[in-house]
Design a protein around this ligand. Structure first.
Ligand SMILES: [Zn+2]
Ligand SMILES: [Zn+2]
Length: 433
């Protein structure tokens, strides 16, 4: 029986600039050595194009004659063996961190094909490239350059599985498979590609995990907090047989899948425990993490006024006051599934408000997206009178599937990438396509 996947193609379409980004001017450039072809004559000898929008068409400047076209396509090599740092066509500006508080404009270097069109008077740019080249670039964007080889290999296989399974298929109606951002997987072309991560991609080429003859939906997050979370705690439509609760450590302890926050808080043997990283340069290995490592165990304070603002923003509800928080149900890793806020509404009546989903809870209790929904309320006793809430929590991200910091802990313990993958996705089979 052939192995099935959601993508069913050896190329993937990545949305780079979306109409919602509101971008009407972009520039493209490439080195004289790069062989670029396109649907405009003379493009081969140009190394810089300035694009704007004129009456619903793309105005192409930077060539000897200004031209207006409905669609512009440009192609360069996307063979994974030939990729190098910053190879491909440079496109700017591109939004990174779309919709998050860390949103910024960057330049990205893109191998493969660029398809540029205009939709609602905004640019829409899709990058179609070989799945192996895509996976190599994604693994780099998620990891730091000093990451151990087995961590990179594990992350590369996971990124490949996630892309091929395409279980979420969030963007198919928009004409591409995945977007370039954290909504799907962070992809910034070859801009941050390292020889290290390229090596991992080439050496693991075609390697995937399967379950029931299907490529697995390989979810991952930064730090599980000590126990890997179950799929159905975070998303609808579960359970998924290989995305199940597990102690993220050398042995499975009794009490697994018990809703016990303090047991988790005190569990120090976890592969992702910050104790394991005291003597290593974590940022160099994982990229985009702060040095303190405080996301394994953390404390956050948020004012009630800020929660009231979030309540208005995300639920459309205007309240005068919050006097209680009732946590209703947790998953095995202590991540909260839903809770109720108790308070006084606009007209002075007592009211309750449901806050549901791991995502919704993280949004509600922070102005910059809370590390995780695995927390307890430290000032529960005085909450009625305090003007703030203090949260004591574990982990960073949804906690389902591979724990990136746990995988780092395992790799530092000299555990090879196949054993790392077998730990996080139990019951799956390793194979090469
Ligand atoms: Zn997306
Ligand atoms: Zn973990």
């Amino acid at each position: 029986m052939p192995i099935s996947s959601g993508l069913n193609n050896d190329h993937i379409r990545v949305g780079i600039v979306l109409p919602e980004d509101n971008i009407q001017n972009v520039s493209l450039s490439w080195s004289p050595e790069l062989k670029v072809t396109g649907n405009l004559s003379g493009i081969e000898t140009t190394q810089n194009l300035e694009l704007s929008i004129k009456s619903g068409l793309i105005r192409v400047g930077g060539m000897s004659v200004v031209k207006d076209v409905a669609e512009l396509t440009l192609s360069s090599s996307d063979a994974v063996e030939l990729l190098t740092t910053k190879s491909g066509i440079r496109l700017e500006p591109v939004i990174a961190g779309r919709g998050f508080h860390w949103e910024k404009m960057i330049a990205v270097d893109l191998p493969g094909e660029l398809s540029i069109t205009v939709e609602n008077d905004q640019f829409k740019i899709i990058n179609t490239l070989d799945i192996e080249a895509y996976v190599a670039c994604v693994a780099t964007s998620e990891m730091g350059a000093e990451a151990p080889a087995d961590l990179l290999a594990a992350q590369t296989v996971v990124a490949r599985c996630w892309s091929l399974a395409l279980a979420e298929a969030k963007h198919v109606a928009e004409g591409f498979d995945v977007c370039n951002d954290d909504c799907c997987q962070r992809y910034q072309g070859t801009s941050f590609l390292t020889p290290h991560s390229l090596k991992a991609a080439v050496e693991t080429q075609g390697e995937v995990l399967i379950y029931d003859n299907r490529i697995i939906d390989a979810r991952y997050s930064k730090n599980c907090g000590g126990m890997v979370e179950a799929y159905e705690t975070v998303w609808d439509g579960g359970p998924v047989p290989y995305l199940i609760p597990l102690w993220d450590g050398p042995e499975q302890l009794p009490g697994q899948a018990v809703d016990d926050f303090e047991a988790l808080w005190n569990y120090e043997d976890a592969y992702c425990s910050s104790k394991r990283f005291q003597t290593v340069n974590l940022a160099g290995m994982l990229g985009n993490v702060d040095e303190s490592g405080s996301y394994s165990r953390w404390e956050q304070r948020i004012s009630k006024a800020a929660i009231l603002e979030n309540l208005k923003k995300y639920s459309g509800v205007i309240w005068q006051h919050i006097h209680g928080i009732r946590i209703m149900e947790r998953g095995p890793s202590a991540r909260i599934k839903y809770l109720f806020l108790d308070g006084i509404d606009e007209s002075g009546q007592t009211a309750e408000q449901l806050v549901k989903s791991e995502y919704g809870i993280r949004q509600m209790f922070s102005d910059s997206f809370l590390y995780s929904s695995a927390f307890v309320i430290k000032n529960a006793q005085s909450l009625k009178d305090d003007d703030h809430v203090i949260l004591r929590g574990v982990g960073w991200g949804h906690g389902v599937g591979l724990c990136q910091m746990g995988a780092l802990g395992m790799a530092l313990d000299k555990i090879d990438y196949k054993a790392i993958l077998a730990h996080y996705y139990p019951g799956t089979t390793f194979t090469t396509l």
